[in-house]
Ligand binder design. Structure first.
Ligand code: FAD
Length: 318
């Protein structure tokens, strides 16, 4: 079922969803099931599975020279989605990137999803690989998520890259895209970012799912600006309970989001990470209560593969 259909059939009730990461290469799928099992009680509308492109690693050889190796640390996105749909009969949503894909790779990826009965995707650009300062598209690949959305929308009309569309069957993907209540780090201004978000919507996006945020006012302001700009599709907030003191620096660095000073002070004063987890869960619960009151269609949790804290929050809300 499409995410938009879940929202339409919820009769205004806020639904639950969460995101997981594929396990590190070499681990088996049981770790994924162990993370999902405790959250199935809350009847998730969907489960997102992130996509991780290749990275470059430099290995020192015996002669002292460095060897550049390409590694993918977390493969398995499509397989995990198929396994989730099969085991839980729940909608699994793979993330699909521009980075590392040319248009033909993208088409083939989407054909696999279509054959597997996966009809939801989140279309993203992806970040620059660690060895590069700026994102670089593949030759014949897409530079922005908007162009990826266009390709998916074309396939939904039965238009493939080279094939005679008379003989191609249309896919039926529901497409999510990313939104940034605190602006994407590369955007020159908040207005420019919203302008580009609108282009993704015009290209065919069906809903927006936001970067994590810790201050609801930023989300409310973001929704207001989107609506004023004529973006009418559902906007799903992303929630992340803090679980470690170190996240006071890693989260702003990695995701370019602010942590409100009240929360920073509470976490900084905490005696240990067990106390931080209590603070993080309480903060997320109060964020969620306010967001439900605001009427968000879905609360989407970044579980990072650990369900304990998401479960504590969900238990208070759903
Ligand atoms: P875009 O929408 O393409 O935007 C990127 C930047 O370019 C923005 O600053 C935008 O304002 C600007 N821009 C857009 N169009 C134009 C244009 N035509 N001209 C000039 N500038 C333009 N990363 C992963 O690697 N794997 C994942 O699974 C993953 N999942 C994510 C899920 C969510 C909900 C979110 C919020 C992010 C996720 N990311 C993931 C991270 C994401 O890939 C990065 O944030 C990336 O830097 C931007 O992706 P985007 O799809 O928002 O890009």
């Amino acid at each position: 079922m499409k995410i938009t259909e879940h929202i339409a059939s919820s009769a205004g009730k806020t639904l639950f969803s969460f995101e997981i990461l594929p396990p590190l290469k070499g681990q088996n799928i049981q770790s994924i099931f162990d993370a999902i099992d405790p959250l199935m009680d809350f009847n998730p509308a969907f489960i997102d599975v992130t996509y991780h492109r290749e990275e470059y690693e430099y290995m020192e050889r015996e002669n002292g020279l460095l060897e550049k190796r390409i590694v993918r640390k977390r493969p398995g996105t499509v397989g995990i989605c198929a396994a989730i749909q099969n085991k839980y009969k729940a909608d699994a949503v793979p993330h699909i990137l521009c980075g590392g894909f040319n248009s033909e790779d993208t088409e083939n990826f989407l054909i696999d999803l279509d054959f597997l009965g996966i009809d939801n995707v989140v279309a993203l650009r992806g970040d620059a690989v660690k060895s590069e300062l700026y994102f670089r598209a593949e030759k014949n690949g897409h530079a922005y998520a908007r162009d990826l959305v266009r390709q998916i929308a074309a396939m939904n009309r039965g238009v493939y890259l080279d094939e005679d569309s008379e003989y191609c069957s249309a896919t039926n993907f529901c497409v999510g895209v990313a939104g940034y209540p605190e602006k994407h780090m590369e955007a020159a201004s908040f207005s420019q970012d919203i302008h580009h978000l609108k282009k993704k919507v015009e290209a065919g996006a069906d809903y927006i799912i936001t970067q994590m945020f810790f201050d609801n006012q930023k989300f409310f302001d973001f929704v207001k600006v989107c609506r004023a700009e004529g973006i009418t599709i559902p906007i799903i907030p992303g929630i992340k309970p803090l679980v470690a003191q170190s996240q006071l620096s890693t989260i702003p660095h990695r995701f370019k989001v602010d942590i409100p000073n009240d929360l920073v002070l509470e976490v900084a004063r905490a005696r240990n990470n067990s106390a931080v987890r209590e603070i993080g869960v309480e903060w997320a619960i109060s964020q969620c209560r306010e967001l439900v009151e605001f009427g968000v269609p879905i609360l989407h949790f970044y579980s990072m593969g650990k369900s304990t804290h998401v479960k504590k929050v969900a238990a208070e809300i759903f």
